[in-house]
Design a protein around this ligand. Structure first.
Ligand code: ATP
Ligand code: MG
Length: 480
């Protein structure tokens, strides 16, 4: 709003006026130069050097402004710069005019009317308050020249030496001149004020429209990204479901069409294989549902106040101990500080940390060690799950966070797995305003790093789900 107050012309319009003004100024330069050269013929015998200097001065700053304006296209100039340029040009013009007036007869100068011309143009382009100041200043400056000439402090250079100073009448002329300058600002303003208001309104509307358009473009872009992700996700999901389904179908076909007797040893093996495949399919479907639920918003599980992450991790250590033991891996806790999230969804956090710890155990070698480090600093909780297992090939370190991506070395090390665990874990961490990143070197080990803000209020975040009732922080931990 504060800025709109000064937008009387749009930048491109202001630019056009300044360019137009620049051209007019060349005409003034030519007239001045010609009059100085023809000096004696036009009755300015002794003052022609002064007029010539003024012509050179005007030509110099006009050249400067022409270059500055020409440096960018019509749309390339910011409004503030153009306005400052307009004010500077106006002040330089007035100074040049004042000197010219002095050398062409003071109050009798024919050049005097150009002051009026400047006031009118200036009032269209600039704030009226500024123009009243300029009109007042100009009147004072002209009066100072007039008084100095009258008092003999500076020379008097009439166009026709036959005429002297205009005497007392000139006092009246001087007052009339001052009134004319201020009056022309007033008149021009009263004629153009409606137009100025309209331009301000138009400017505000244009700004609002521009902002809205930018917002819409952003939304459109996001929608495209979401759409792309969705179709990628659907294609991969379908692909993942198709191959086990095809195998099951083949087994059943062999049995139903009588090629193999269902009661025979081979028949039973086929059936057992089909059951195993179906179990795998169920696991994928369950994980997909889990992911879909997380992506649809957090309405399913209530946000809970004061979630104690130390407690939650400690419970996970207990829950995962048998699994780790089974795979010959030692679990090592390394907690420094107590991390209590202002708000959290315990089941989602359990899911995230459980997946990371499970991966670390699953992809470790026998006899390996998995360390879970917890640190709290500057309102942020960091949990690092470190292992010294098979690691992730460099080119897949980011991709394994996407659905269904499993590295070849992982498939070899542990054939079972859906490749959905990390995607779900990341979704859960991001829902809490945090980040999940992996650092890994193939053959050396992996560290999954979770950072979570301690004091985040989901009610004030975009897209946060409804707040649920407060609950026990350890809710859902033991089902790990
Ligand atoms: P699921 O979690 O369903 O059992 P998964 O473990 O393969 O299957 P994610 O947890 O999403 O699926 O992990 C994706 C891939 O990331 C893994 O297949 C593996 O290639 C890689 N990965 C994840 N964690 C580790 C780790 N700690 N060490 C080595 N590779 C890992
Ligand atoms: Mg996993």
């Amino acid at each position: 709003m504060a800025r709109a107050e000064f937008v009387y012309l749009f930048a491109p319009e202001l630019y056009e006026r300044l360019v137009w003004f620049g051209r007019l100024r060349w005409v003034a330069v030519i007239v001045l130069a010609v009059s100085s050269v023809l000096g004696p013929a036009v009755g300015v015998e002794d003052v022609w050097p002064a007029l010539f200097i003024v012509a050179v001065f005007v030509a110099a700053y006009n050249l400067y402004f022409t270059i500055v304006l020409g440096r960018r296209s019509r749309e390339g100039h910011p409004y503030e710069r153009l306005r400052a340029c307009a004010v500077r040009q106006m002040l330089l013009d007035l100074a040049a005019l004042l000197v010219t007036v002095h050398f062409t007869g003071g109050l009798q100068s024919p050049v005097l009317v150009f002051f009026v011309f400047h006031m009118a143009i200036g009032t269209i382009m600039l704030p009226t308050r500024v123009m009243y100041l300029i009109a007042g200043g100009t009147s004072l400056a002209v009066a100072a020249v007039y008084v100095s000439e009258a008092e003999g402090l500076i020379g008097f250079h009439p166009l026709d030496p036959a005429f002297g100073m205009c005497g007392r009448m000139c006092h009246v002329n001087m007052v009339a001149f001052a009134v004319a300058l201020v009056g022309i600002v007033y008149l021009t303003d009263s004629v153009t004020s409606r137009f100025k208001e309209r331009n301000i309104e138009l400017w505000e509307a244009t700004e609002a429209l521009r902002r809205r358009t930018a917002e819409l473009q952003e939304i459109l872009h996001q929608m495209e990204v979401v759409e792309e992700r969705k179709s990628h996700y659907m294609r991969i999901s379908a692909h993942q479901l198709r191959s086990p389904l095809a195998t099951v179908r083949t087994s059943l076909q062999v049995l139903t069409e009588g090629y193999v007797d269902p009661g025979s040893e081979r028949g039973r093996k086929l059936l057992a294989g089909a059951v195993e495949r179906v179990d795998g399919l169920l696991e994928i479907v369950n994980d997909l549902l889990e992911l879909a639920k997380m992506r649809e918003g957090r309405a399913r599980a209530p946000w809970t106040r004061e979630v104690n992450v130390n407690q939650l991790l400690a419970d996970l250590f207990d829950a995962l101990e048998p699994y780790a033991e089974d795979r010959g891996v030692r679990l090592v806790p390394d907690f420094e500080g107590v991390a209590i999230l202002d708000w959290g969804i315990p089941p989602d956090l359990v899911y995230a940390f459980e997946n990371l710890m499970q991966n670390a155990i699953k992809y470790s070698h026998r006899g390996g060690e998995v360390t879970v480090r917890l640190r709290v600093a500057d309102g942020t909780l960091t949990v690092r799950v470190e292992d010294h297992g098979i690691g992730i090939p460099e080119e897949l370190v980011e991709d394994v966070l996407l659905e269904f991506v499993r590295a070849p070395n992982a498939k070899k090390h542990a054939p079972e797995g859906t490749g959905l665990g990390l995607a779900i874990a990341r979704e859960a961490v991001e829902a809490h305003g945090g980040t999940l990143v992996l650092e890994s070197r193939e053959g050396e080990g992996t560290t999954a790093i979770v950072s979570l803000p301690l004091h985040r209020d989901p009610a004030t975040e975009n897209g946060a789900g409804s707040m649920g009732s407060e609950g026990d922080t350890s809710a859902g931990v033991t089902d790990a």
